[in-house]
Every structure is written in structure tokens, then in C-alpha cells.
Unconditional design. Sequence first.
Length: 162
Amino acid sequence: SIYSTFISPWSDTQSLPGLNVEPGYYLPPCYRHVQATPPAHQRMRTFSDEILFYVFYCMPKDIAQEAAAQELYARNWRYHKELGLWLTKETDENGRPVQSFRRTSPNGLDRGVYVFFDPTTWQKVKREWTLSWDALEERSQPSQQQQGPSNPSSSNSNRVIM
């Protein structure tokens, strides 16, 4: 290779045998054994709610958006199709829902205190609300969601993506 022996067009390479122009470098051992971190959609369980909302609203039509939606659903958040907002039941001081999501009235309407995530102010807002169960996106049980998104287009047919 000409690069390893070429210094300049005016130097006499015949008189400088064994001259190597490539600089020596040292590769620290920590660079040799770098472990790859798993993809973000496999680490969704470790993310806070705010990060999951960021992924959902700021990465439209991405597999990460679907994974964030599945994790939010597993955390008892539900997506309101008409409002385009996530909501959950009223939470305790630790941020956990006081009640789980389930129908309590036969007519499909439930009145109670819900926590909405408002993406315009990036805050959780608590308000009294009459919830129509038909307005919530239907998803499979959380035990099936742990396997990851199988086919985002089939489970996403009614989703409103902002």
C-alpha cells in the first residue's frame, strides 16, 4: 500500500527503510467488549409515563408508538378515540390508579374522576367525566402484550393517530 510508506513526493523512501507513516494507536479494553443495549421497544416497561406519552405522540406510525401504546394500556391508561387523549382512573399518591378499568354500569356510561394526559400542556389533568365505553380503543389483554407488537395494522384499525 502506498499510504503506509508515502511521506511526500520529495522524500527519498529508499534511504528510509522500515519507516511507517501510520500513527500508532491504543484501543482501550472497554471498547472491545461493548454490549449492545436492547431496542427501545423492548425496554418500554422501564420508561416513565411521560416518556411513553412522548413516544406515542412524537413518533407517529412507528413501531415505538405501538409499543408505547401497549405499555400505557398495561399501566391502566386507555385511549379515547374521539378526544385523541389518554385517560386513566383517579390515582393515589403513588400515581397508581385507585380502580382498574372495567364497566360498572350496564348502559355503557360511567361517571367518575379520571386523569387525562393533555399533550398540549404536557400535564396530567384530573376532572370529573362521564365516560362512554364505546369511545375507548379496545385492546387485547396485557398478558398477550408482553410478547410485543405482532401486527400493528390489525390492532390499530380504530386508533386516531395525531
